[in-house]
Design a protein around this ligand. Sequence first.
Ligand code: ATP
Ligand code: MG
Length: 563
Amino acid sequence: MREAERMEEEKKSRNFIEQFIDKDLADGVYDHVMTRFPPEPNGYLHIGHAKSILLNYGIAQEYHGKFNLRFDDTNAARESTEYVKSIKEDVAWLGANWEDRLFFASNYFDQMYEKALLLIRKGKAYVDDLTADQIREYRGTLTEPGKESPFRNRSVEENLQLFEEMRAGKYADGEKVLRAKIDMASPNINMRDPIIYRVAHMRHHNTGDKWCIYPMYDFAHPIEDAIEGVTHSLCTLEFEDHRPLYEWVVHECEFPNPPRQIEFAKLYLKNVVTGKRYIKRLVEDGIVDGWDDPRLVTISGLRRRGYTPESIRMFVELSGISKAQSTSEMPMLEYCIREDLKMKAPRLMAVLHPVKLIIDNYPEGQIEYLDAPNNMENESLGQRKLPFGRELWIEREDFMENPPRKYFRMFPGNEVRLMNAYFVKCVSFKKNEAGEITEIHGTYDPETKSGSGFTGRKVKGTIHWVCAQTAKKVTVRLYENIVDEEKGMFAEDGTLNLNPNSLVQLNECYVEPALGEAQPGSRFQFVRNGYFCADPKDSVPGTPVFNRIVSLKSSFKLPRSSE
Ligand code: ATP
Ligand code: MG
């Protein structure tokens, strides 16, 4: 009984794709599992693709199956090898290992051509002379059936000859197409004699000038899957209506044990630019600093910002796999990176908006080294020696001349703790003509040294600081959403509502020496300021540039598990 319940529970917690595959294996439809991630190399990958990658790879792992990385490079016009390189890098970084299973759809052009000939011979495909506009017109609508082309009933011999002439370059782009002969009255428009080959005189980055006819996606994709021996072809919901065509193609092309298409819902992020098309426009218009701009949710942008593969994996898992369209929120992704870095990242001190604090009773020129834990919650990260001196940098907002009630940081007469160091009491301050605070003076109490066990009195506020004499001056970048969330993603004319504050660069920040040595790509918590990453592109050893990954404040609460 208990066991049955447990098994029932387990079944429920498996997503619908796993349940589908379980059944296929139990029914003996397949005796193994093979999945694939099939990007078109026409842009960089984004967070939505991460869902597809991790889903396909995860399924292959779970069933001890195989995972293919296949470039769907059948549309020569839009593709480039720069994209191939970046996609490989991103898939590998996410941890999806394709081993030696790297494929290019363009390597299957010969087989696709053979399958087209097979269809013609079977009377299942014909060459059509209608123009693109006419084909559209003849196609009908959702409520009206389509009309058959006058060329639909050409003989097999004539079709074979015309198709061969198409291949040989006799026709101009658009002059003739090859269509599947299915059903012009089908309620599913995709089944109304879809085009499967078109004439296109263009160079392909892999096959060069070999071909001047290219297969259409709906014909090519199922063949690619079938050639590789994919069992479960996972794709997004917009292909649901194409499934009958997918099945028609693998069946009529006579593939034994053909793959099965299963659709799942795309990952959408509320108020975040994810579509390749929009990202491409931001890149081309120079609004962002390339495809890997840290404000973008491209995989390379997230990596450069400081996100980890683990945090993205956690996010994709929390978003769930389902057939119902839903929208995820950026705060959930931010929650995931905070969770991932909480124990892993050293917590060091950096002052982003500096003002001088001078400790009048501390000996001039003296530097002492205090012991400070690298992460209070994770002793295994060890300790460091933290320099302390007479002049320190503190945050401007940690001092107020006239504080409101409940302000426990620095103000004249108040005593605070300097994190990892001493109690300091504010005694005076200086202002310039503009009314800005230029320096703050205080006195410290040597008895109150952190870790000394001092219990004489307590203070309510603790602030962070950096020793001025040993500090490293660095650049820090703070980010916000690239679109204006108040206004919403799009303006009435269809352009994006951009947020003018999406990037704020601070050129005069001070960090403790350990941070000055940060390796490009390394991640830290700057206490009280957030998680930061030394930009892998703009940092050089000894001169880091820091990106804020995320602040420490969170508005996201993990939804209680429903199961
Ligand atoms: P975009 O929608 O950004 O233009 P695309 O679908 O054109 O992306 P492809 O290279 O064709 O990009 O996609 C490769 C794979 O990634 C496809 O199987 C596609 O279904 C999947 N994919 C794309 N976007 C998402 C998303 N937002 N969520 C989940 N999977 C996605
Ligand atoms: Mg696509």
